[in-house]
Design a protein around this ligand. Structure first.
Ligand code: ATP
Ligand code: MG
Length: 260
């Protein structure tokens, strides 16, 4: 079976800094896979290489058998991507932006308006359809990105920190979208810092630290790898990334500072 994502021995540097260092993992169809890792670990860089937005130094990245560097346009047709940075055309309205994106993707305009208006209803967004994007809140901009990503019914969703700054209801809807997408046979690759989300939503996770994939598998498999029976994902994450001592030292220092 063709894997939704196949990343093999991927290396990407910026000057002397090796941001992604020999990373290999797959995401199966019907699966939610989360990339976890401290700030600067290389998650966004790996996702950008997979999207064909950055060229790798070596190794390969494929979406449903389509190579990200040889056929980046082909990859973009298969993927709905919510990037980490929210650079939107702020002087447009959402309606204008969706029409624009639909025309670039060569989608029939009646299909775009029907799909987007259904999603806008589900996301409680209809009232913002004709407001200038610059005037909208962070969460509402995030909804625009999500609707744009889902517009062309992609097989794979790549979501780079999709839950940051979302309210309770929108987080819940976002999780449901991820679940429905995979139940219908699609795949999801996301990055997140929210361990509860990764634990509750994802079938498997990969932990990246300083560019290297240091662990991957289901929660149970990580527990075996870290020899931590019954541990939460947060505990496993801190142990595997060797940050447990830093947490303790930080808390002790804070306690001292606050007592003064
Ligand atoms: N365009 C760039 N030029 C130079 N260095 C870069 C560039 N993009 C990323 N980096 C560096 O590569 C490393 C990995 O960054 P990346 O954005 O992939 O991390 P991340 O895991 O997504 O982190 P975060 O959790 O903070 O989003 C970091 O050290 C970052 O400073
Ligand atoms: Mg990032």
């Amino acid at each position: 079976m063709t894997e939704a994502v196949r990343i093999k021995n991927l290396v990407k540097s910026f000057g002397d800094l090796v941001a992604v260092n020999d990373v290999t993992f797959e995401v199966h169809a019907g699966e939610v896979f989360a990339l976890l890792g401290p700030n600067g670990a290389g998650k966004t860089t790996a996702l950008k290489v997979l999207m064909g937005l950055l060229d790798a130094d070596s190794g390969s990245a494929e979406v449903y058998g389509t190579d990200s560097s040889a056929d980046p346009v082909g990859v973009k047709k298969l993927v709905g991507y919510v990037p980490e940075e929210r650079n939107l055309y702020e002087s447009l309205t959402p309606r204008e932006l969706f029409e624009f994106i639909g025309s670039i993707r060569e989608l029939p305009s009646d299909m775009v308006s029907r799909r987007v208006s259904e999603m806008a209803k589900a996301l409680d967004f209809t009232q913002y359809y004709d407001s200038m994007i610059v005037t909208l809140s962070h969460g509402n901009k995030q909804k625009i990105l999500l609707m744009a990503a889902l517009m062309h019914t992609p097989k794979l969703l790549i979501l780079d920190e999709p839950f940051s700054g979302l309210d309770v209801l929108t987080t819940r809807i976002m999780k449901d979208i991820v679940k429905i997408h995979t139940e219908q046979g699609g795949a999801v690759l996301l990055s997140t810092h929210i361990m509860e989300v990764a634990e509750g939503l994802c079938h498997r996770v990969g932990i990246i630290d300083e560019g290297k994939l240091i662990a991957s598998g289901s929660l149970e498999e990580l527990r075996v790898q870290a020899e931590q029976e019954g541990a939460t994902l947060e505990k496993l994450f801190l142990k595997l990334t060797e940050q447990e001592d830093e947490v303790r030292e930080g808390v002790d220092a804070l306690r001292g500072a606050l007592a003064e």
